[in-house]
Design a protein around this ligand. Structure first.
Ligand code: ARG
Length: 603
């Protein structure tokens, strides 16, 4: 077993008090909007365009445009708004700046009070649940049977998992679908080859591990492919075997099942290494839609969405043309009657929309499949299966590159096995942990090494926006400095060590205390957690949360450098600073959990 404890589930809706906390931004926004409509009634519910600012806490930029519209002098309007603002509990100071901006400073009491309310709410930290959550079906972590997993499968799994956590945290109902490649011509080829070479898969006695079974299958796959490509008669026999498979011929089916089962054991072991929970019930591969293929084609043909062309059933698009200028259709059924990838995906859409009642569909798939999805989604729209109420979106991700900036390959030009990369990451991370840790046992180093190494790989992926390529650079990933998960994990562990050192003294909020600049900056940033989570969830953009967490750890470091905690001046100040430490830690912990990354208590 890779990790002794499972990742603490991020707290979901329904499991806590759900006392969502009004953010400071929202409070200020409300006060300014009220003042604005008092000063300029015709502005109605105009947006004051509030932004965080370096000069004050917030800046409102909306007055200029409104004044222009009302043909008023912007500075005068701004002055009138200031006169209307109710100051006191939240707003400390508001002033006109430049041609008509407003600079807003809020009270220390409001900052501490807001954090205290978040702290009270436990792990949800006052993050609200969406008013009208829907049902999202997300297609991610979809490796192929009898084939090794590579870095592309890593991206889909890691990004998909983070999006699942984010959506569930905001109250969305999420159905996971692992659309594994377990169907098609290649299985006829594999099975036929094995029938003709019955000893190729003989195990050297005893059960084999998932990893060994996979490397056997992978070898078999390559051998079968070589014969398939060079021997026409074998090709014919293999094609006939696919027909047997699709018709459910028992011997053929049993062999296929064995490939699938062995591959799945292997996939699960890799997902386990990745510290990800994949439930068997959510693995619905391409074969799962076999019974729907005929009907999908019939519906498309009857509605005229698909037409016959050279014996194949095709869908045409005005804007999809090949290099020769001829249209490139989506082939739903080949001229030999065989179904391909597209027919399966179209059937899966029907299943997800009509049986699973999805209100949105997400596909976490390599950008190189974008044309396929564009055509599949457009076909489904024409058929009426997708519409304005049920949308599909490909969360397309870029390529993982080697240090040379080219797609990641071994020196021999082969794809790199994902397990090898993960093992190496854990090894490097263990070395870092060992060097830093003075009081950890060997078992603890192993466990932390795994948490740090896997976290590093996930974070490197999640901190880049998904559509971009990134370089797989382990040295950089496990570095203690810079935008890495290790940096965040150390920040978290350092806070835990301070809390332990405090002993009997417990964190407690003291809203009456004046705050130092670094404390204010930290507090205001923590207040933004809910907004960032909501944005990352609705935009399917975990990198926004990663950037937020990195900044949180940086602001904490500044606070820690400038503000003594255990040696603060008064007992109240010690408690209040411990409280700031603890809210920071909880925010880091929850944010990292949403990214699927652990935060060990000691490092
Ligand atoms: N198995 C495919 C691959 O490895 C990805 C499947 C994507 N999902 C889908 N519904 N087509 O490339």
């Amino acid at each position: 077993v890779f990790c002794t404890e499972k990742l603490p589930e991020p707290e979901q809706n329904g499991t806590h008090s759900m006392a969502s906390v009004t953010s400071l931004t929202a409070s200020v926004h409300q006060r300014l909007a009220d003042a604005l409509s008092a000063a300029l009634p015709e502005a109605g519910s105009a947006d004051p365009l509030l932004r965080r600012s370096d000069r004050a806490d917030f800046q409102a930029n909306g007055i200029l445009a409104l004044a222009k519209k009302a043909k008023a002098n912007p500075r005068e309007l701004a002055t009138q708004v200031v006169a209307q603002v109710e100051s006191g509990d939240v707003i400390q100071d508001i002033e006109v700046s430049g041609p008509g901006f407003l600079n807003v400073t809020i009270t220390d009491r409001a900052i501490t009070g807001n954090l205290a309310a978040r702290y009270e709410d436990g792990a949800r930290l006052g993050v609200p649940v969406a008013d009208h959550p829907g049902t999202t079906v997300i297609d991610y972590a979809q490796p192929n049977v009898a084939k090794e997993m590579h870095v592309g499968h890593l991206r889909s799994a890691v990004i998909g998992d983070a999006v699942v956590q984010l959506l569930e945290f905001t109250g969305e109902t999420v159905v996971r679908r692992h659309h594994i490649g377990d169907w098609g011509t290649q299985f006829g080829m594999l099975i036929q080859y094995l029938i003709e070479h019955p000893h190729e898969l003989d195990h050297k006695g005893g059960a084999v591990s998932g990893e060994e079974a996979m490397s056997n299958l992978n070898r078999l796959y390559k051998a079968a492919r070589t014969v398939f490509d060079s021997d026409e008669e074998f090709k014919t026999r293999a094609r006939r075997r696919v027909v047997d498979l699709q018709a459910g011929e028992p011997e053929t089916l049993a062999m296929w099942q064995k490939f699938v089962d062995e591959s799945k054991i292997y996939f699960y072991s890799v997902f386990d290494k990745l510290d990800m929970e994949i439930s068997d019930a959510d693995v619905v591969g391409e074969s799962g839609y076999n019974d729907m293929l005929d009907e999908t084609c019939r519906l498309l043909e009857e509605s005229g969405v698909a037409v016959r062309s050279d014996g194949a059933l095709c869908v045409f698009f005005d804007d999809v043309k090949g290099p020769d200028g001829n249209p490139v259709p989506l082939i739903v059924r080949k001229s030999d009657g065989g179904y391909g990838y597209a027919a399966t995906d179209l059937s899966a859409i029907r299943d997800r929309v009509f049986n699973l009642k999805a209100t949105s569909l997400i596909y976490v798939v390599d950008a190189r499949q974008s044309l396929h999805f564009k055509m599949v989604f457009e076909t489904a729209r024409r058929a009426g299966w997708l519409n304005d109420d049920v949308k599909a979106h490909q969360l397309a991700f870029g390529t993982v590159l080697g240090k040379d900036g080219k797609p990641f390959k071994t020196r021999e030009g082969e794809t790199v096995r994902l397990v090898d990369l993960l093992d190496e990451a854990v090894e490097r991370a263990s070395a870092v942990v060992r060097e830093k840790a003075l009081d950890l046992s060997e078992a603890e180093i192993t466990e932390r090494g795994a948490q740090v190494g896997i976290g590093a790989v996930k974070y490197a992926d999640l901190s880049t926006s998904a559509n971009r390529d990134y370089k797989f650079d382990l040295d950089q990933m496990v570095s203690l400095n810079g935008d890495t998960s290790v940096y965040l994990q150390y920040a978290y562990a350092r806070i835990q060590s301070i809390l332990r050192k405090a002993g009997e003294v417990r964190p407690a909020a003291h809203p009456e205390l004046e705050l130092a600049g670094a404390e204010r900056a930290l507090g205001l940033h923590i207040d933004a957690f809910a907004e960032v989570v909501a944005e990352a969830a609705t935009e399917y953009a975990p990198h926004k949360l990663a950037a937020y967490l990195y900044q949180l750890a940086s602001l904490y470091t500044t606070f820690y450098d400038k503000c003594p905690v255990l040696k603060a001046e008064t007992p109240q100040q010690v408690e209040n600073r411990l409280f700031l430490c603890d809210v920071t830690a909880r925010t880091l912990h929850q944010g990292m959990a949403l990214l699927g990354i652990r935060t060990p208590e000691r490092l």
